[in-house]
Write a new protein. Sequence first.
Length: 529
Amino acid sequence: MSRSFDVTAVPPWVKYVVLFSSGSVIMLYAERAYRRYVVRQVIRRRKERAKKAIEHLRTQLKEQQVDTKLSTDILSMTVMELHNALQSGKLKAVDVLLAYQRKAMQENDRLNFMTEPIHGAMGEDSTVGVASLIGEAASDDAVLVKVLKDQGAVPFVRTNVPQTMLSVDCSNPIYGKSLNPRDTNRTPGGSSGGEAASLAAGASILGIGSDIAGSIRIPSHFCGVTGLKPTQGRLSTKGMRSLTKPQNIVIGTGGPMARDVDGVVLLMRAMLSPLHFQLDPSIPPIPFQEKEFSDTRRLRIGYYTSHGYADPVPSCRRAVFVAKEALEKNGHTLVEFEPPRIPYAMSHLYMKVMNGDGGQTLADYLKDDVVDPSMKMVIFNSRQPLRVRHFLASLAGWLYKKYREEFYDAWTRLRLDIVICPAFGFVAPPYGNLDKSFGGGLFAPTYNLVNYPAGCLPVTSVSTADIDDLKTYPQNTMFEKTMKKVSEGSEGLPVGVQVVGQKWQEELVLRVMKEIERNVLNTVSKQHA
């Protein structure tokens, strides 16, 4: 028997509760909508301010007299040629600055790597693409900025990063999307993607990036430039913005980026100065070890091309063998190395440590913010109770120490000095694909987890043969299918290799990087002779 619902039978107090509840929901929704409206207005004003600053510089540069030949000569110099010309007085610093400012303005119109022209950090905010940090001005320059200024460096532009700096894309709601100069349909990588793009475009010659999961090495690989992630603790992070401070196991670090190894070495020498150790006593006073860098002893070097999860595409695999051949020509011994349990280390240790607070810190920063699409790959699963997440993070912290010992034992068992491997599983992809290709990104963060210094330099470019070899690339998982898809049409893009050393061995890593670079360039020169 059917029964109709008699509204008159509902007690009056129920109707008032329903009306009150509905009103409360509407009020909450309206309040949240208003907060989001306010955030969008804050973002809009910040965009306008940045645009005005760039246009103001453009106007100033137009008023300056231009020596076109001098500017062209300056921009064509290597970092050491430029350094020597400045030291000898053949060039004036102001002419170099103007040449690079003009080039940066020109290339930024095409690539959007610049957030604002700058002369330091003091008094400026460092938003990392997050609206809640707009207007939070820095009270002082970071230690690395102070040290470089003391050495005569002139900071002239700040470059773009992904929202929160925890993505390998380079896009945020405040400054927009940065593009790769090698192919503007593709990402320059992250988090130091704006820096890598400016270097690759010839709009800068030296830069500083940051790295907690490959954020210097991945953009270097994608854009064809050079970078170094030092051992955490070798360089000061005092004054640097970080959104991962609730955990202290995997800690980000600043590091040098340049067009070539000489530029990275020049920056490391400059930063490891007495003033650095004076400004931040927590940093061990280890100056640049010239003897280690210039040593010519034969080394025992490990290499690998797979971490046991998803194989790199043919071009990235071949890059390791290009570097291997270059090192063998110098008399070094190359042996296969099998790093222990990287998929386990990444999924059970790295990710759990980074997500120890269940993503609450990021959620607090991003409350009511416009969330960039690139953040999809760093929105962690927060369904488990908070106590469970805290327990798993604590357990991962304890297991991390065991894994670090396991990794060290595997390294020393083969008596290795250095290891070479891919920097990433594929070359620069179009935007919107990195969240579907997690398996290709495990090469770089491994060395944040174990805290080993690691650098990346370009050694080759994607060839026609590499594209042809994609026909036989595995298609067993979504990751592999995506990696193959994004590699199609990538002919000519740069391919880097990663060079890794034991803790505190930055100079040895740089020595090996320089040897690879020299031999690769010599090979290319002979091919074109």
